[in-house]
Design a binder for this molecule. Structure first.
Ligand code: BGC
Length: 747
């Protein structure tokens, strides 16, 4: 993209120091510190015209004051832009991104993003650090909470929906903000699920799984991208020229702004890429335009612009003139971003005359609907929906919780906005349920301390576990139905919250087991940030709802499902592991030469210590209250020319007594290919609502290009292959329980 004239004029008038100042991205100092910040005196930097943008302002008046300071300090009156982490809502906190992904409802996801954008814009924010579109298949990784789940197609649709929700047709328009796709790339493929760790993976995985959501976000017009902390195939992303300048800009055609992650440039030194000056040259050369918080560009670019860099150790030799040209390139991108935001015409755009935030009441209603759509009903042995007249015992550490419900990265949310589950139940039944703790969230005092690092959300009851359990058992015995509200604390998932073992904490597992022994029907509701292995918990429950951390109206959304005020329709966007050690995993795993057949067999792929009857909840899985039946899928042709369109139809009927929203899923598999391919891959899905007794036909269009796959000995030698031959199409309510038809493509 050609930079606008206003940008070229500015560049021609700017000194080198002024250009470098534009690359400096600082924190307002009012938010979360997620890395080792150097000492940065924002005020002094603003006065020197040495800041390009600020993130983390908490009000319109602060942003305005900072803009005034920036303009006063800038000889050419170049304004700042303001950014913030708006990950799943802003003041109105919606369910976690992973939870929203489970709605499979792109219109709803777009609506939540648009609402968040309007709230953020009303506070003078121009850019949000979202959507986070890192495909994630390892539940140990805490940031799975922010992710769109395990599948490239679902993640790609979400990337596009959130981008459109934030940006609308014009991200400079009223109530809109610029999206920032993150984290580029393969942050979710981190070794052992340990946050910040590196990823070594086949180029085919990168191209087929981790890059497509970025391509989709770019196609939807995303204005910026944030680089990931991790290395990909040995090269840390902040220095990954082949992926940033090569793939992102060269192949995917991205023309916007690339920002570093928090001190990500500085961290290249810890990655072993060289001293501070060397890593600055490498990051700039790789295409990282702005330096978040580290101030290393500010410190080292002036010197590098005089000397260049000749560092035999890092394999980068770059002249002073080349450094100057790279500074110009980065500065041009920052200024072009500001121009697109309208800030070069009006430095107070978004800061004065800003439309007010949308009504909180509308946000609450949307948050409640989103929470009900995001929760996944996993099991229901005739218990749900509950009769509001039943005597209910509400038991568990999250029964009356507010703060943990917000989930990770809810930095602008307020726990007082949460209506806890006990109140939500009381509202729908007309009386307060009996509420008892039953178990502490976690038992270990040192872990409690770690979970309370950003404010107290876990306050253990000092009574003994036996005492808590006895009280819970007595409450369950005296009730018609027990609801166990269990799960994770807010800080148990999210950044820097990797777990060794992704299962429900032990005291809560023991609670569920004891409640099940009472014989009182047991509804288990799991509020968590990650897909936990439920194992015996799933077996013990008569009904099981995976409610994630659902935001301000999470518990109300769950109550709506429990009492049948809303029909459950969520479908898992990640497979739940059957046991905590069964990770990473995905429905789309490639078959081995000795494929598993659903039970343990000696000398076949599988786990020796996993019982054959372990409850399994695969990708795409979820129940409703209706009874939906699928007829046999029909193809318009069984043999087709590559280039032709084939129609697959399937008839669905709801023979139940309640409405059902069904997500009809289509998977493809390519049984013979040049390389081993995923066992099946999601190719499309449709969501329909069927009234009781209603039947509908759902149609999918199949084209051979759905089957392109990469063969890539390196990032530069990629062959996208499409071959004639047999493919299988699997249709059904989830990735496992499908019916299959075959189609042959001929050349
Ligand atoms: C996270 C980013 C976030 C940034 C700014 C980092 O620690 O990785 O996702 O946008 O902080 O808050």
């Amino acid at each position: 993209m050609q930079a606008p004239d206003s940008v070229e004029t500015l560049i021609s008038e700017m000194s080198l120091a002024e250009k470098i100042g534009q690359l400096n991205l600082l924190s307002a100092g009012e938010g979360l510190a997620t890395g080792a910040a150097g000492e940065s005196a924002l005020e002094a930097r603003l006065a020197e015209g040495q800041v390009g943008a600020v993130f983390g302002t908490k009000s319109l008046s602060t942003a305005r004051a900072m803009q005034e300071a920036a303009l006063a300090g800038s000889r050419l009156k170049i304004p700042l832009f303001f950014a913030e982490d708006v990950i799943h809502g802003h003041r109105t906190v919606f369910p976690l991104p992973l939870a929203l992904a489970c709605s499979w409802d792109m219109a709803l996801i777009e609506e939540t993003a648009a609402f968040a954008a309007a709230e953020a814009a009303s506070e003078g924010l121009h850019q949000v650090y979202a959507p986070m579109i890192d495909v994630a298949r390892d539940p140990r990784w805490g940031r799975v909470a922010e992710s769109p789940g395990e599948d490239a197609l679902l993640a790609s649709r979400i990337a596009a929906a959130v981008t459109s929700g934030f940006q609308g047709d014009d991200f400079a328009g009223p109530g809109r903000v610029a999206a920032c796709l993150k984290h580029f790339v393969a942050y979710g493929a981190t070794q052992s699920g340990r946050d910040y760790d590196n990823a070594s993976l086949a180029w085919e995985d990168l191209l087929g799984l981790y890059l497509p959501p970025f391509a989709a976000g770019i196609a939807a017009g995303a204005a910026s991208v944030m680089v990931a902390f991790n290395a990909v195939n040995k090269l840390p992303m902040h220095a990954h020229e082949p992926l940033i300048e090569g793939w992102l800009r060269g192949r995917a055609g991205f023309e916007g702004l690339v920002v570093s992650d928090y001190t990500g440039i500085k961290e290249l030194t810890s990655h072993g890429l060289g001293d501070a000056a060397t890593v600055v040259a490498r990051a700039l050369h790789a295409g990282v335009d702005m330096d978040m918080l580290g101030e290393d560009y500010l410190r080292h670019l002036p010197g590098l612009a005089e000397t260049g860099l000749r560092d035999p150790d890092c394999g980068l030799s770059i002249t002073a003139a080349e450094i100057v040209a790279l500074i110009d390139r980065a500065c041009r991108r920052v200024l072009s971003f500001k121009a697109r935001l309208g800030l070069l015409d009006d430095p107070f755009r978004g800061l004065t005359g800003t439309p007010a935030a949308p009504a909180r009441k509308a946000g609450r209603a949307l948050a409640r609907r989103a929470a009900a759509r995001s929760a996944v009903l996993l099991k229901n042995e005739g218990v749900l929906p509950l009769n509001p007249d039943s005597r209910i015992a509400l038991i568990g550490p999250l029964a009356d919780d507010r703060a943990n419900m917000l989930g990770t990265w809810s930095i602008s949310g307020d726990a007082r906005d949460v209506v806890p589950l006990d109140q939500a139940v009381a509202e729908l039944t007309g009386r307060r349920p009996k509420v008892v703790l039953g178990a502490n969230l976690v038992a270990e005092p040192w872990l409690v301390k770690r979970l309370n690092v950003h404010g107290i959300t876990v306050e253990p009851d000092p009574r003994s576990e036996a005492e808590l359990l006895d009280e819970a058992v007595a409450a369950a015995r005296a009730a018609d139905v027990a609801i166990a509200a269990v799960g994770e604390a807010r800080e148990q998932a999210g950044e820097s919250a990797s777990l060794l073992c992704a299962d429900l904490p032990a005291p809560q597992r023991r609670l569920v087991a004891r409640l099940a022994e009472t014989g009182t029907p047991l509804v288990v509701v799991v509020f968590a940030g990650r897909p936990l292995a439920l194992g015996d918990v799933a077996r013990a429950a008569d009904a099981l709802i995976y409610a994630w951390h659902g935001g301000i109206a999470g518990p109300e959304g769950v109550a709506d499902l429990i009492f049948g005020r809303t029909e459950p329709s969520g479908r898992l966007a990640v497979t739940l592991p059957a046991a905590p050690g069964e990770v990473p995993l995905s429905y789309a795993d490639e078959p081995t030469g000795r494929p598993a057949r659903g039970r343990f067999e000696k000398f076949r792929t599988g786990w020796l210590d996993l019982p054959d009857n372990a409850p399994r909840f695969p990708f795409g899985y979820g129940l409703g209250y209706g009874t939906v039946r699928y007829g046999p899928p029909q193809l318009s042709a069984e043999v087709a020319q590559i280039g032709e369109r084939v129609r697959l139809t399937v008839d669905l009927s709801n023979s139940g007594r309640r409405a059902a929203t069904e997500t009809v899923q289509l998977y493809l598999s390519d049984p013979v290919a040049r390389i081993t391919r995923p066992g099946r891959l999601l190719a499309d899905f449709r969501q329909i609502t069927l009234a009781p007794g209603e039947s509908r036909r759902v149609a999918f269009e199949i084209t051979a290009d759905m089957l392109f796959y990469p063969v890539a000995p390196s990032l530069e030698e990629v062959d996208w292959v499409l071959e004639p031959g047999l493919i299988r199409l699997h249709v059904g309510p989830n990735s496992r329980d499908t019916q299959t038809v075959e189609l042959t493509w001929v050349a």
